[in-house]
Design a protein around this ligand. Structure first.
Ligand code: GLV
Length: 319
């Protein structure tokens, strides 16, 4: 029997590519870099399924050129890169990869939090450049983490995983979310507050909302005016949730102490005002970047595609 035709937009990790080659016929061999729009359209023309990543914008025009497409298995938990109404109008199922990347993304959020608070990248540079002349009582003094207040904006799976890790640091957890989420019995209660209260009272503010029209620039000039000057902002969600120009201005004016960023408004571009600041730690969108996580994400995409093509309910259907 002929294998179903699939378009995989980017080269995924080897075990996932092997599983895809075994079960599907690829309409085009993927590259490591993002495909040009023409290539994307060409890959989609014969495909019954596509596995895009967060760098591919799957819009209505592109879907018109995909007459056989039945399923879009997005290789990400966020799906703001896909025009959901256009997919639904064409009867195309859209799926994502929740759960499997929760721990990896929460771990990375903590790596950023600690890096900014304790000035890890500044210290690293000092040593690496040979500029370190020895221990000094006033050198690179950072911010306390233990016992401080962590504010989590968006208390979904990843927000909760970040909050659970705060227990080891004896932190108070505030959160702003549409739904209320009880803390595990073993932990000090997480307190649900308004976004305004969270911004006013938190020492660390970590963003975990999906990107939607409602959350676009959720953290902008007004939010920065409410934050404590000693506060540190962390973003491992989606870049456009933060107004980068306003963030650069707030950091420059001393209205905010630092930022740890994994995502940007127009990746891979980064606002130049952020690159110049020592108190900003910038990572290249590494939230889910562990081999184990990427294997599990790819496997989930394959399972979702097979379910749809075999007429079964997709385990991670978005629409
Ligand atoms: C990564 O950013 C994802 O949404 O999976």
């Amino acid at each position: 029997m002929a294998k179903p035709a699939i378009y995989v937009a980017r080269l995924l990790v080897a075990p996932v590519m092997a599983a895809i080659h075994e079960r599907f016929e690829l309409t085009l061999e993927p590259n490591a870099s993002p495909p040009a729009r023409d290539t994307l359209a060409q890959g989609l023309r014969r495909a019954e399924a596509i596995i895009p990543t967060l760098t591919e914008r799957i819009d209505a025009t592109l879907l018109q050129e995909a007459p056989r497409l039945k399923v879009i298995a997005n290789h990400a938990v966020g799906y703001n890169n896909i025009d959901l109404p256009a997919a639904t109008a064409r009867g195309i199922v859209v799926t994502n990869t929740p759960d499997v990347l929760t721990d990896a993304t929460a771990d990375l959020t903590w790596a950023l939090l600690l890096a900014v608070a304790r000035r890890i990248t500044e210290g690293y540079r000092l040593v690496q450049t040979g500029a370190w002349t020895g221990w000094e009582p006033t050198q690179l003094l950072g911010a306390d983490v233990s016992g401080q207040t962590l504010g989590i904006v968006g208390m979904g799976r990843i927000g909760q995983a970040v909050a659970r890790r705060a227990m080891g640091f004896g932190m108070t957890v505030l959160y702003a979310s549409r739904t209320s989420v009880p803390s595990p019995d073993s932990m000090a209660p997480w307190r649900q507050v308004t976004l305004e209260t969270l911004l006013r009272q938190s020492d660390f503010i970590s963003l975990h909302v999906p990107l939607t029209p409602d959350t676009h620039h959720l953290i902008g000039g007004k939010a920065f005016s409410l934050m404590r000057p000693a506060a540190i902002l962390l973003n491992t969600s989606r870049g456009p949730v933060v107004d980068e120009a306003a963030l650069a201005a707030a950091l420059n004016d001393g209205r905010l102490a630092g930022a740890g960023l994994d995502v940007y408004e127009e990746e891979p571009k980064i606002h130049p005002g952020l690159l110049a600041l020592p108190q900003v730690v910038t990572l290249p969108h590494l939230g889910s970047a562990t081999l184990n996580t990427r294997v599990r994400m790819g496997v989930l995409c394959v399972e979702n595609v097979l379910a749809v093509l075999e007429g079964r309910p997709a385990p991670n259907r978005v629409v």
